[in-house]
Design a protein around this ligand. Structure first.
Ligand code: FAD
Ligand code: SF4
Ligand code: SF4
Length: 483
């Protein structure tokens, strides 16, 4: 083993080639190229095969990272794929969009002074190759079970649960209000981070596994012809998993906040993603949700804001500024994405908060104030205080609000009083069993955690599937209702 591994001393870290900024802003393709086989093996061989692999400990899925790195270094890619897919339902997606600097790679304890192993890029390479070589085979359960499970929401949480439950032989029905599965992976996250073909490939794969998708199917409280109520689902299925994510955009008030041209981030990103998928998007064509030829100001400092600024650049904005009330060191967004945005021409206006929106009918500017960081609050985070008399104006034709998301009122949406919510509005579950206080109803992903990460939604979905299996096995068998 030692011959092939521990190469970090002589082999420097090489991340996959990044396309030049002036070229990549011309399209919505991913910005990182793929490793070629020899580079993947070379980079995997830098791993020092730690006895206690901190990379795995800090991967939410506990991936067997050193083992699949070794198999990749030895050219045993099919085995690497099998091992990698045992713990991760969608390794090629996590390899692309996990914030590795905060998770696996950020905790790679390769000798001090050497840069981490490029774990995410290798993970992506293994499964992309597996798809191309035909090693990714549809799930064929040993035994089909009569019981069916309903999953509300086809984001990563719901899809991971679907995959695991199909492996157990359940009849899996996924309901989503949208016309394509993927949740935020299809309509939120832009193609330059995660190309849509990658998400669609998983959709097709799950269909081949026997998962039944019911699209354009919003689950709600209404009963009657055509409507699907939560109560109907409970009646028709042995268990229900709620994986509906969080979508209620936090808003901003103040003078002028009702002017035209001030739009929520997810509307803007969804329109762009739909356009990329060749859908008809009237609000994009009319210019309402299109940054082409405009001076754009994005308010917020998280990953959604980063996706908005970089989307605006690609749409042909004449200028893109990001207004954030804290400084670079204290922003929630990934540093890697800030760097990518800066390379693409985005200007960050740190320590500044909007005070009013200017314009007559249509927004023409944002009046902002400088802020400074004060004393830490009880959570340890420094407070933000305005600097008196520090007003300034940014000219803008389009203002995008990227201030985060809260959950919908789920007990009301589903007319199910038994569902309980936390003080943050998220669904309360038993953290071991993922079950809500309503028997047989489970919940996973952002609707439980609040806005989080794809990898955590996958983890919840996988774990909840195991709990649903136990729940059904221990309950009296339930017949499948006709669709
Ligand atoms: P979602 O992905 O939100 O999926 C929920 C699904 O439920 C949706 O398809 C929705 O249509 C459906 N649904 C909701 N209500 C109903 C209903 N009543 N009936 C039927 N269907 C319903 N995470 C990362 O790890 N890396 C990133 O780079 C990253 N970038 C992001 C960029 C943006 C712009 C955003 C907004 C988020 C980003 N995230 C990222 C976070 C990540 O996308 C989420 O944490 C993750 O998608 C949550 O998964 P989920 O399955 O819980 O919900
Ligand atoms: Fe790293 Fe995410 Fe892959 Fe885990 S799933 S190894 S955190 S990229
Ligand atoms: Fe390899 Fe780094 Fe993980 Fe150690 S921490 S096993 S060197 S990838």
């Amino acid at each position: 083993m030692a011959e092939r591994m521990l190469k970090f001393v002589h082999t420097p870290q090489k991340i996959p080639a990044k396309r030049a900024a002036d070229l990549r802003v011309e399209d919505f393709d991913e910005i990182y190229r793929r490793f070629d086989p020899s580079r993947a093996a070379e980079q995997a061989s830098r791993c020092s095969q730690c006895g206690i692999p901190f990379c795995s400990i800090h991967c939410p899925l506990g991936n067997h990272i050193p083992d699949w790195l070794r198999l990749t270094a030895e050219g045993r890619l099919e085995e690497a794929y099998e091992l990698s897919s045992m713990t991760n339902s969608f390794p090629e997606i996590c390899g692309r969009i996990c914030p590795q600097d905060r998770l696996c790679e950020g905790n790679c304890v390769i000798e001090k002074g050497f840069e981490s192993v490029t774990i995410g890029a290798v993970e992506r390479y293994i499964t992309d190759t597996a798809f191309e070589k035909g090693w990714v085979k549809p799930v064929r359960p040993n035994q089909e079970r009569a019981e069916s499970v309903a999953i509300i929401g086809a984001g990563p949480g719901g899809l991971a649960a679907a995959e695991r439950l199909r492996r157990q032989g359940y009849q899996v029905h996924v309901y989503d209000r949208y016309d394509r599965p993927g949740g935020l992976m299809i309509y939120g996250i832009p193609g330059f981070k995660l190309e849509k073909d990658v998400v669609i490939r998983r959709w097709r794969f799950l269909e081949d596994c026997g998962v039944q998708f019911h699209l354009n199917a919003a689950i709600g409280s209404a009963t009657g012809e055509g409507a699907i109520s939560f109560a109907d689902l409970r009646q028709q299925h042995a268990a229900v998993i709620i994986a509906t994510g969080v979508y209620k955009a936090r808003d901003i008030g103040g003078p002028g906040s009702g002017l035209g041209g001030i739009v929520p981030a997810l509307d803007f990103l969804t329109a762009s993603n739909r356009r990329g998928l060749n859908d008809v998007v009237p609000d994009f064509d009319s210019g309402l949700l299109n940054a082409d030829g405009k001076r754009v100001v994005v308010i917020g400092g998280g990953d959604t804001a980063m996706d908005c600024v970089r989307t605006a650049v690609r749409q042909g904005a004449t200028s893109v500024q990001c207004l954030y009330r804290r400084d670079r060191a204290n922003m929630p967004g990934s540093m890697r994405e800030v760097k990518n945005a800066e390379e693409e021409g985005v200007e960050f206006v740190w320590l500044s908060a909007p005070e009013a929106f200017l314009g007559d009918g249509q927004v023409t500017g944002v009046r902002a104030m400088r802020m400074h960081l004060g004393l830490p609050d009880t959570s340890g985070r420094q407070s933000v205080e305005p600097v008196p008399g520090s007003h300034f104006t940014l000219e803008a034709d389009l203002v995008i609000k990227a201030l985060g998301f809260d959950p919908e009122d789920m007990p009301r949406m589903f007319a199910e009083k038994g569902l309980e919510i936390s003080r943050w509005g998220t669904l309360k579950v038993n953290h071991r069993s993922f079950m809500t206080p309503v028997p047989g109803v489970f919940a996973v992903g952002d609707i439980v955690r609040g806005a989080s990460l794809v990898v955590w939604a996958i983890k919840d979905g996988q774990d909840a599937a195991a709990q649903v299996h136990d729940y059904i096995r221990l309950s009296a068998p339930v017949a499948v209702a006709a669709e």
